[in-house]
Design a protein around this ligand. Structure first.
Ligand code: NDP
Length: 246
């Protein structure tokens, strides 16, 4: 059944990786889907074309999540173009790993701008468009819950901040029938973190299952949260991490 028929979803960073899988999954469930990207225009257009091939409306919008105006304009443009907005998935994110004393201030700003201010501003822009049944899902990281190896100061800070955002949104929007949740992926095979990368074995070793997850694993949980069965879940942090944070 098309559980998301008639709904409009916006996925930030939907051109590749987890965001691509989420965009496709929500379209499979019946939603019309807009996705943002920064650099990968060709990939973003290909994802949009695949969604249109499923018979849904789709739109790939260039919007840098580090740019407040770009975020605001993209959210408003999506709501205008599709006539409504029901689901926001804050997925766009960047990773920086390294010893804190060697981390550039510019990199710190970039990670906080994209990973923290981006979801905050996208949520701020989306809320006026969301009605009863509205959904906000933000992608955190298992590193928000357990920092299992050195070098994560900036990234873990950024992802832990999303816990405060999610709880505050849940409390503020609950009376309007809007939920807000956080999903913490574990090591997930994407361009950002390939399952055959240099630290992949180390990361997999910190999970209970001993292996990487796939973008589709994360997308499945998000589909549940944004669908009708997610109705009573809000303010929650849900790990899809193979037991990394255990
Ligand atoms: P990828 O690097 O594979 O893909 C990132 C996506 O985000 C791309 O679509 C990219 O667009 C987009 N993006 C990046 N920066 C910006 C920006 N400034 N503005 C707009 N879009 C942007 O990452 P993943 O799919 O692996 O990660 C997705 C989310 O999941 C991130 O928040 C990440 O932190 C989180 N995560 C990932 C884990 C993993 O192991 N992979 C583990 C835990 C959390 P473009 O193609 O245009 O660059």
């Amino acid at each position: 059944a098309a559980r998301l028929a008639g709904k409009v979803a916006l996925v930030t960073g939907g051109s590749r990786g987890i965001g691509e899988a989420v965009a496709l999954r929500l379209a499979e469930e019946g939603a019309d889907v807009a996705l943002t990207y920064r650099d990968s225009a060709g990939r973003a257009e290909a994802v949009a074309a695949e969604i249109e091939g499923m018979g849904r409306r789709a739109w790939a919008v260039r919007a840098d999540s580090a740019d407040p105006r770009a975020i605001r304009e993209a959210v408003d443009a999506v709501a205008t173009r599709f006539g409504r907005l029901d689901i926001l998935v804050n997925n766009a994110g960047v990773g920086v790993v390294g010893p804190i004393e060697e981390t550039d201030e510019a990199d710190i700003d970039r990670v906080l701008d994209v990973n923290v201010r981006g979801p905050l501003l996208a949520s701020k822009a989306a809320v006026p468009h969301l009605g009863e049944g509205g959904r906000i899902v933000t992608i955190g990281s298992c590193m928000a819950e357990r920092v299992a190896f050195p070098g994560g100061s900036v990234y873990a800070t950024s992802k832990a901040a999303l816990s405060g955002l999610t709880k505050a949104l849940a409390r503020e929007l609950g009376s309007r029938g809007i939920t807000a949740n956080l999903v913490h992926p574990g090591p997930t095979d994407t361009d950002m973190n390939p399952a055959d990368g240099p630290s992949a074995e180390l990361q997999a070793g910190f999970t209970a299952l001993g292996s990487f997850g796939t973008p589709a694993d994360v997308a499945g949980t998000i589909a549940h949260l944004v669908g009708p069965e997610g109705r009573y879940i809000t303010g929650a942090a849900i790990a899809v991490d193979g037991g990394f944070a255990v």
